[in-house]
Design a protein around this ligand. Structure first.
Ligand code: PBG
Length: 325
């Protein structure tokens, strides 16, 4: 049908009719809130590179999780910042480590919250790479054994899902196998299946002190120019036992989300990363865009592209203030 029989504006003329024909709605339950917990921290502290986000100690973490549960958010993603880092990232699999303690505390106080843990070594290694080094390179096969141990300590603490973000080959199978052997068959895997070597992780790396001390992550994270490779990565992780797959970052990769959606009937997550957050906040602080509308639009577009679940630093604010039934 063509104009003048067709007039698109008829279904845009009031908020009521726009809502009626709206194709996508982001619910608080679609969102996962990433949180940073610092070993030994007493009081929460704002993260410079991510205004409005905090380093938490155990006490403020629990308050935060309670508050987000009250506004309908069902999942949090935990990142730990240990006191001690070393060459091999040992603190990552300490059963008394900062994340393991945080998981236990949350599951005790707010058991209904789905607790997801980041499984990676970069926050725990002195060199900031995501695994164990051999001749200045991350050794894949040694690293995946260590990651499996890390995941098992998270599962033992009560994590509902472990989320490997390292991009080593074979890590999902190694983790699944080890979790099953250790009796954690009900702990699921949210795999960062498609993780690009992105400049948009800058504010996060500052927040957790994980910028690599030499080299970069291009030897294990994906080339931003590739999309067919993303489909292979997804297939591989599902074959290895992933329960949910993720694309990361989100905004510059909406086409990737859409392509993955097209080949994959597993739940799909997308990570609206720290650089996307910081970019929006910086533009809003300069007064060059309307902050709240930009947040809603961002989340809507990521969902429209095909994500079921969105990890976003705006989760709490969206669920508390910006969401409308
Ligand atoms: C690695 C990890 C990173 C992020 C999540 N997990 C950083 C990296 O790969 O360098 C980035 C998250 C963000 O930028 O918001 N453990």
């Amino acid at each position: 049908m063509l104009f003048p029989s067709y007039r698109g504006r008829r279904t845009r003329k009031s908020e009521g009719i726009r809502k009626m024909v709206r194709e996508t709605a982001v619910l608080p339950a679609d969102l996962v809130y990433p949180l940073f917990v610092v070993e030994g921290l007493e009081k929460k502290r704002e993260i410079k590179s991510m205004p409005g986000q905090y380093h938490h100690g155990l006490r403020s973490l629990l308050e935060e999780v309670k508050a987000v549960a009250a506004c309908g958010i069902k999942g949090v993603m935990l990142f730990g910042i240990p006191k001690k880092k070393n060459e091999v990232g040992e603190e990552a699999y300490n059963p008394q480590g900062v994340v393991q303690q945080a998981v236990r505390a949350i599951k005790k106080k707010i058991p209904e919250m789905c607790v997801i843990t980041d499984v990676c070594l970069c926050e725990y290694t002195s060199h900031g790479h995501c695994g164990i080094l051999k001749d200045q390179q991350v050794d894949n096969d040694v690293t995946i054994e260590v990651l499996a141990q890390v995941a098992a300590t998270h599962a033992a603490a009560g994590a509902d899902l472990v989320a490997p973000s390292d991009m080593m080959d074979g890590r999902v199978a190694a983790i699944r196998g080890h979790l099953d052997n250790e009796g954690h068959k009900d702990c699921g895997i949210l795999s960062y299946a498609v993780k690009y070597a992105s400049a948009f992780y800058g504010p996060f790396r500052e927040a957790v002190g994980s910028a690599p001390s030499f080299g970069d992550r291009r030897g294990y994270q994906m080339d931003p120019a590739n999309v067919r490779e993303a489909l292979r990565e997804v297939e591989e992780d599902i074959n290895e036992g992933a329960d949910i797959v993720m694309v990361k970052p989100a905004l510059p990769y909406l086409d990737v989300i859409k392509e993955v959606r097209g080949i994959c009937d597993y739940p799909l997550a997308a990570y609206n990363v720290s650089g996307e957050y910081a970019m929006l906040e910086a533009a809003a602080a300069k007064g060059v865009l309307e902050r709240e509308r930009a947040i809603v639009e961002t989340l809507e577009c990521i969902k429209r592209a095909g994500a079921d679940i969105i990890l976003t630093y705006h989760a709490r604010e969206y669920a508390e203030k910006l969401w409308q039934a």
